[in-house]
Design a protein around this ligand. Structure first.
Ligand SMILES: Cc1cc2nc3c(=O)[nH]c(=O)nc-3n(C[C@H](O)[C@H](O)[C@H](O)COP(=O)(O)O)c2cc1C
Length: 321
């Protein structure tokens, strides 16, 4: 499978873009475990144009994480084209456009999935960005706005016609937010449409190696993108890759191995941000990690772990588990 001229191994696994999760430290870690493609958190085109410092920091990329895409969002074609030029200077392998974010502060302002209610503008944005940059431009969106407007099969053709070089589909509507189950049947329909030539990346609720194998075999997608399944569990990419290659489950990392990866994640986040923000940032991983699931009488330790404010305090708690 190729996106533009970037070649991927068979059955590639992509790390989903996630705000406050996929910073450089986490991307590098997922890459180390076998993610074949990573994305930055979404980056506001308006903030980029205004040179907001925290936003600019999101453009820091490392060679070890390639191929990597910078994901942009916004509602104005001219602003997005300008932001894409700024992003291009950071030398990403691709620029991805977010037409999927469902949260009010984004969709309510006509950005992210809000553009599923204004398709002409969405297409105008894609064309403007494709014309503005030399890097390949890709798109990530949902099935449609709501149950009555699951337009993705026709929309995918239009997105392709505007020059997008790959399309990621999260199998939910905007109205669903993150509720209900992701519906992969329409993703399969897009992939089976003979008019579609660009790679289709399927996304939504994929958390196990068996499910990844099923998504490739049943829906024929070119890549599978994993989001929440990687939070607090970056080794998921290695486990799935092993299963896809051998048909057998990899021996699971033991508890101490998992814990030391999570501690490294905390250290990386602290280095990337600072101690206070790094610990806040790591809490999402610690809270979601399968490592601590099912430990008897764990509630109090868990609360203490998620309240710790310094690295010493946090590691002391983790070391005792
Ligand atoms: C915490 C969080 C942050 C997210 N931020 C983004 C984002 O910045 N850009 C984007 O396109 N999608 C974002 N998403 C959506 C994911 O990329 C993905 O489409 C969604 O979580 C479904 O995949 P999953 O079931 O594997 O998690 C986010 C999801 C989560 C849970």
């Amino acid at each position: 499978m190729k996106i533009a001229n970037i070649e991927f191994p068979e059955k590639p696994l992509f790390l989903a873009p996630m705000e406050d999760v996929t910073d450089a430290a986490f991307r590098l870690m997922c890459k180390k475990f076998g993610a074949d493609m990573v994305y930055t958190e979404f980056v506001s085109s308006d903030a980029l144009i205004r040179s907001v410092k925290r936003t600019e920091q999101k453009l820091t990329l490392y060679d070890e994480e390639r191929p990597v895409a910078i994901q942009l969002y916004g509602s104005d074609p001219v602003a997005l084209a300008e932001a894409a030029k700024i992003a291009e200077e950071a030398d990403p392998d691709m620029i991805d456009l977010n037409f999927g974010c469902p949260v009010k502060r984004v969709a309510g302002k006509g950005a992210g999935s809000g553009l599923l209610q204004d398709i002409p503008k969405m297409l105008e944005i894609i064309k403007a960005v494709v014309n503005a940059v030399k890097k390949p431009v890709t798109v990530k969106t949902r099935l449609g706005w709501d149950e009555n407007s699951k337009i993705i099969v026709d929309l995918a053709e239009e997105i392709q016609d505007c020059g997008a070089q790959a399309l990621t589909i999260h199998g939910r509507t905007r109205s669903q937010m993150y509720k209900g189950d992701a519906d992969w049947t329409l993703i399969g329909e897009v992939k089976n449409n003979p008019r579609m030539k660009i790679p289709i990346i399927g996304n939504g609720d994929v958390k196990t190696a068996e499910r990844v194998a099923e998504c490739f075999d049943r829906y024929g997608v070119d890549a599978v993108m994993i989001g929440r399944g990687s939070i607090g569990c970056p080794w998921i990419f290695g486990e799935i890759r092993h299963f896809l290659n051998t048909g057998e489950h990899k021996k699971q990392l033991n508890f101490d191995e998992q814990k030391s990866i999570l501690k490294q994640l905390v250290l990386d986040s602290i280095e990337w941000l600072d101690e206070r923000r790094g610990i806040l940032h790591s809490r999402r991983h610690l809270a979601a990690s399968p490592t601590f699931k099912g430990i008897p009488n764990f509630k109090e330790t868990r609360i203490a772990m998620l309240r710790a404010e310094t690295k010493e305090e946090l590691f002391e708690i983790m070391d005792k588990i």
